[in-house]
Design a protein around this ligand. Structure first.
Ligand SMILES: [Fe+2]
Length: 284
């Protein structure tokens, strides 16, 4: 069945982009090139970088191909989080989440085959996908990156968390995530709420069609539940294409890295260590 599907996604992420998106990718947008090297700026939310008609076509192909292949990912509030408390005001909330995900780790999974059939896996593995994350983050990134597809339906959300991975040497000094949102028309809204100056006070709408967000993790944030338009609950889904990128190790071979375009001198990995907020993965 999957063989008959058309590869709606282009082989290169660059082919989804508008002229504005291309300018960013090529390092010609002064404001966005290396935007996340500023330690105060943890993410950027970009609109108008993906061609809207292509975004709609890709979204519809993705929805048709993958919606019946998803698995639930659910971590509720621990049942004893209230009854187990012994001291006032000492409540602790681990990361809670309810979302569905496409399993792309195994080439034999239904999700993988469906994603491959519509061209999604090729596009998410394309050099220009990583190059976009590299240029906005201003970092040289490892060529091997993680890809994931999430699908938020009505009431699906992610609770407050910070995505810090102190046990992983390659990620504990920070890493980069890039999300492409492909939202069905049945969604009224979903927001990302994030911390500024120690408070979860900022929010940005993420229920876009073709919006791109690039993050320098960790920082505190959460995603509000998807709210469906009245009567459109059955088709209210927000798809997220997610790439996770580690900083290249200092001195890494050029063939194993993605160097940001337009960065001063297109810095080799070793020099990146002098930028940013305390260094990236693998640095001492
Ligand atoms: Fe997160």
């Amino acid at each position: 069945m999957f063989r008959r599907m058309k590869k709606t996604f282009p082989a290169e992420f660059a082919d989804l982009l508008t002229p504005k998106g291309r300018r960013i990718l090529e390092g010609r947008d002064r404001e966005l090139t290396g935007a996340l090297l500023d330690p105060e700026r943890r993410f950027v939310a970009l609109q108008g970088v993906i061609d809207p008609r292509k975004a709609v076509a890709c979204r519809d192909a993705l929805d048709a191909a993958l919606r019946d292949t998803l698995v639930s990912m659910e971590d509720p509030i621990p049942h004893d989080s209230i009854s187990g408390m012994t001291m006032n005001y000492m409540e602790l909330l681990p990361k809670t989440v309810r979302v569905r995900t496409a399993l792309l780790e195994s080439r034999r999974s239904r999700s993988y085959r469906a994603a491959e059939a519509v061209g999604l896996t090729d596009m998410m593995r394309s050099d220009s996908f990583a190059a976009f994350a590299a240029v906005v983050s201003g970092r040289t990134l490892r060529r091997k990156w993680g890809i994931q597809v999430l699908c938020y339906g009505p009431g699906d959300y992610t609770g407050p968390h910070n995505d810090h991975h102190p046990e992983e040497p390659e990620a504990r000094d920070g890493y980069v995530d890039m999300h492409v949102s492909l939202t069905m028309p049945g969604v009224e809204h979903q927001y990302l709420v994030y911390a500024k100056d120690g408070h979860l006070s900022e929010l940005t709408k993420v229920s876009t069609v073709g919006g791109v967000t690039v993050y320098r993790l960790p920082f505190w944030h959460y995603t509000t539940p998807v709210v469906a338009r009245r009567g459109a609950e059955a088709s209210a889904r927000r798809w997220v294409l997610l790439g996770t990128f580690l900083d290249a190790a200092p001195g890494a071979r050029a063939s194993s890295t993605i160097v940001p375009a337009g960065a001063p001198g297109a810095r080799p990995p070793a020099r990146v260590a002098t930028f940013g907020s305390g260094g990236g993965a693998g640095r001492r």
